[in-house]
Ligand binder design. Structure first.
Ligand code: CP
Ligand code: NVA
Length: 309
C-alpha cells in the first residue's frame, strides 16, 4: 500500500506518471466518472481550507465516490480523548482513503503507520505535496515542459510549500531558485537543500538559495510566492515577519528582472500588498486560478494512483 506523505519519498518516475494521469483526467473527466463508485474519502482537518477541501470533495463526487469532511475540533481525536492510532485504525474499517491537513508532520506519519488504507498529506507544517503536483501540472501546461526552466520562489523559505516545491522541482529537472531572508527561521531547511542538490544532480536541474531577491528572480520562467503568515504562524510574529519579507515582495519592479514571459504563481490564499502586489496577482502574467483549478485534476490522479497501488 502506498501513501502520499511528501514528494521526498516519490520517485521522479512516479511524479511524472501522476502528472500524465492528471492531464488525462483533466482532458476527459467523463472517462473517470465512475472509477471511485462506492468509495469514501475521509478528510481530516486541523486547519482552515478553501481549495483543498473543495477540490478533494468535488473530485470524489465527480469520480462517483463520496468524501466526509471531519474537523478535529469536534472529534475525540482532536480533544485528546482518543489516540491517533485508535482513531485511524477505526476509520480504516469504514473508509477507503484518508487525507489529513495537520499541524505536526509527525502526526501524519503516525496516521500512515496505523492506517490500513492510503493516507494523503493535505498540508502539514512541513510540506504540501498535493499543491506542488498541481503546480507542476500547471507549469507543464503553460510552458510545455518542466526540465530546464527556472522557477524562482520569493519570500518565506522556511515553509511547507517551499520545501515541497524544492522536492518536486528538483526531481523534475527545474532550476529552483529561492530568495528568502538569511537565517534558519526564514530560509529553507538545510537537510531539504542537501537532498534537493542530490535530486538536481540526477535530473539536470539545480538549486540555489540566496538572500538577494534580484539574484533569485533573475531570468526566471516562473515566479512563485506564498503567504508570509502560514496557518500555523502566531499572530504576534506578524509585524516582524512583514518587515523581514518586504524586500522579497513580488511587485512589478521585481518581476521586471524575470523573463518578459514569466508566469506568476501563488498557491493561495493570497494577501495583496504583502507577498505580492495586486498589480502582479491580478495582472496578465498571473495564472493563480488555473493553478487552483489543477488541484482538482492533480488530486484525482493522486487518488486513482494510490487506490490502484
Ligand atoms: N492552496 C491551498 O492549499 O489552499 P487552502 O488552504 O484553501 O486549502
Ligand atoms: N504556507 C501556507 C500554505 C497555504 C496553502 C500555509 O501553511 O498556510
Amino acid at each position: 500500500m502506498e501513501h502520499l506523505i511528501s514528494l521526498k519519498e516519490w520517485s521522479p518516475a512516479k511524479i511524472r506518471e501522476v502528472l500524465d494521469l492528471a492531464k488525462n483526467v483533466k482532458a476527459d473527466p467523463e472517462k473517470y466518472s465512475q472509477v471511485m463508485n462506492r468509495k469514501t474519502l475521509l478528510m481530516i482537518f486541523e486547519k482552515p481550507s478553501l481549495r483543498t477541501r473543495l477540490s478533494f470533495e468535488a473530485g470524489m463526487t465527480q469520480m462517483g465516490g463520496h468524501a466526509i469532511y471531519y474537523n478535529t475540533s469536534t472529534s475525540p481525536m482532536g480533544s485528546g480523548k482518543e489516540t491517533i492510532s485508535d482513531s485511524i485504525k477505526t476509520a480504516s474499517r469504514f473508509i477507503d482513503l484518508i487525507m489529513a491537513r495537520l499541524f505536526k508532520h509527525e502526526d501524519l506519519l503516525e496516521m500512515a503507520q496505523y492506517a490500513t488504507v492510503p493516507v494523503i498529506n493535505a498540508l502539514t507544517d512541513d510540506s504540501h505535496p498535493c499543491q506542488i503536483l498541481a503546480d507542476l501540472q500547471t507549469i507543464k501546461e503553460k510552458k510545455g515542459r518542466l526540465a530546464g526552466l527556472k522557477l524562482a520562489y520569493l519570500g518565506d523559505g522556511f515553509n511547507n510549500v517551499t520545501h515541497s516545491l524544492m522536492f518536486g522541482g528538483t526531481k523534475t529537472g527545474l532550476h529552483v531558485s529561492i530568495g528568502s531572508p538569511a537565517g534558519v527561521d526564514y530560509s529553507p531547511r538545510a537537510d531539504v537543500v542537501a537532498d534537493c542538490c542530490n535530486y538536481a544532480a540526477e535530473s539536470g536541474g539545480s538549486v540555489c538559495v540566496t538572500d538577494n531577491p534580484v539574484e533569485a528572480i533573475k531570468d526566471a520562467d516562473v515566479v512563485y510566492t506564498d503567504s508570509w503568515m502560514s496557518y500555523h504562524i502566531p499572530k504576534e510574529q506578524e509585524d516582524e515577519r512583514i518587515a523581514k519579507f518586504m524586500p522579497y515582495q513580488v511587485n512589478s519592479e521585481l518581476m521586471a528582472h524575470a523573463k518578459p514571459d514569466a508566469l506568476f504563481m501563488n498557491c493561495l490564499p493570497a494577501n495583496r500588498g504583502r507577498e505580492q502586489t495586486a498589480e502582479v496577482i491580478d495582472g496578465p502574467q498571473s495564472i493563480v486560478f488555473d493553478e487552483a483549478e489543477n488541484r482538482l485534476h492533480a488530486q484525482k490522479a493522486v487518488i486513482l494512483t494510490l487506490c490502484s497501488a
